[in-house]
Design a protein around this ligand. Structure first.
Ligand code: FNR
Length: 379
């Protein structure tokens, strides 16, 4: 109603309420390098398209004459109650689309009470982002796991010391994929020094450098690359994280039931069923198609989160119905950030939650707890 009432006073919403139209508007104002870095995906984009097609195959079956008033989106994750079943996915290098970058995202998330997951590839330090979020702003930290254990422990210490209470370990991006959009633009934000604020400010990483960052940024970047990129850790290394992180640990990028079972056996608290928004493997399985099997296998042992392809509130409804406890929003909020900084991020998240709330009610449900696969049908 807020939007319609403003309309009566002749005031249109400052940004589109449709994520596709918002992206188009942003595309006109961003340079091609940053635009394609965000919009692009791996190879021919087949995985990204598959993510979207998978949502389209599921259809919501509404029920009538239900009292769906007094709806409640509150969701418990790892012992804490959040106002809605969404978090903001870790997205690195956010200053390429807006100078406030992750600071704006943290402020928007704090205002709405939803977790913002800070990427290791942030363009601001984790201390700066914690300050922007304020003492109450829920914040999780996403680890790109270095191959130097002392640097890893230093990042974990800094995160815990700055109030990040949940650790999200991204497994699917141990090396950067074949991304023709970025290759054709010869555009990699990291090589321009963007997205390295966290390692470059890290005292242990800095102690590894022959010359201070301020004197030789390029040498620091070249030293960072092999430490974070190029080879994967293995399952037997997880105790390092488990032994050195007191809060919940969530493994991001799980696509196979057996990997989900291994995560549970390894004492993890949650997983994110995700294919990184189709940015890593071209021609991979749609993330949504892997969700029901994984949720059925480990839903009673792990908190199952989901991302990759969510563009609407109805998409959130579908992912929750197929077994996700909550979803991570990816590109949509980045378009909001590009359009209007903190205000733009808030607009996108509020719009998606409003649509989720309406969809839930119109389908005959009061809360996400009432959702399961039986509320959907396949085309
Ligand atoms: C990402 N993603 C990501 N994930 C992560 O764990 N650490 C990171 O630094 C980044 N960086 C990043 C940058 C950009 C520009 C995008 C678009 C994505 C992946 C992200 O967390 C999430 O998995 C996807 O964005 C979900 O897919 P959709 O919703 O964007 O399709």
């Amino acid at each position: 109603y807020e939007i319609y009432l403003n309309g009566l006073a002749g005031q249109l919403p400052p940004y589109s309420t449709d994520v596709g139209r918002l992206e188009q508007a942003v595309r006109e104002k961003l340079d091609p390098g940053p635009y394609w870095y965000v919009a692009g995906s791996a190879g021919t984009g087949a995985t990204d398209r598959a993510n979207r097609e998978a949502f389209d195959r599921w259809r919501i079956v509404p029920r009538m004459l239900c009292d769906a008033s007094g709806r409640d989106l509150r969701t418990e994750l790892f012992g804490r109650t959040y106002p809605a079943p969404v978090a903001l996915a870790p997205v690195g290098v956010q200053s390429i689309v807006h100078p406030d970058g992750e600071l704006a995202t943290a402020r928007a998330a704090a205002a709405l009470g939803v977790p913002a997951i800070l990427s290791t590839a942030s363009s601001h330090t984790l201390e700066e982002v914690a300050e922007a979020a304020g003492p109450e702003g829920p914040r999780w930290f996403q680890l790109y796991w270095p191959h130097d254990d002392e640097v890893t422990l230093s990042l974990l210490d800094r995160a815990a010391g700055n109030g990040y209470d949940t650790l999200v370990v991204t497994l699917d991006t141990w090396t950067l994929a074949w991304r023709p959009n970025d290759l054709d633009q010869a555009y990699l934000p990291f090589l321009r020094g963007t997205g390295l604020a966290i390692p470059l400010s890290d005292p242990v990483f800095r102690s590894r450098l022959a010359r201070p960052v301020e004197e030789d940024l390029n040498a620091a970047i070249m030293q960072w690359a092999p430490m974070f990129n190029g080879r994967s850790h293995t399952w037997d290394r997880l105790p390092l994280l488990r032994d050195n992180w007191d809060g919940p640990i969530v493994l991001k990028g799980i696509q196979h039931v057996d990997d989900a079972l291994r995560a549970a056996d390894a004492g993890m608290d949650g997983i994110v069923v995700s294919n990184h928004g189709g940015r890593q493997i071209d021609g991979a399985v749609a993330a949504l198609d892997t969700l029901p099997g994984i949720a059925a296998a480990v839903g009673d042992r792990l908190t199952v989160l989901f991302d990759s392809g969510i563009r609407t509130g109805a998409d959130i409804f579908k992912a929750l119905s197929l077994g996700a406890r909550a979803v991570l929003l990816g590109r949509p909020y980045v378009w909001g950030l590009a359009a209007g900084g903190e205000d733009g991020v808030r607009h996108v998240v509020r719009s998606l939650l409003a649509e989720l709330d309406l969809t839930l009610g119109l389908a005959g449900h009061r809360s996400p707890a009432g959702l399961d696969p039986s509320v959907l049908s396949t085309r």
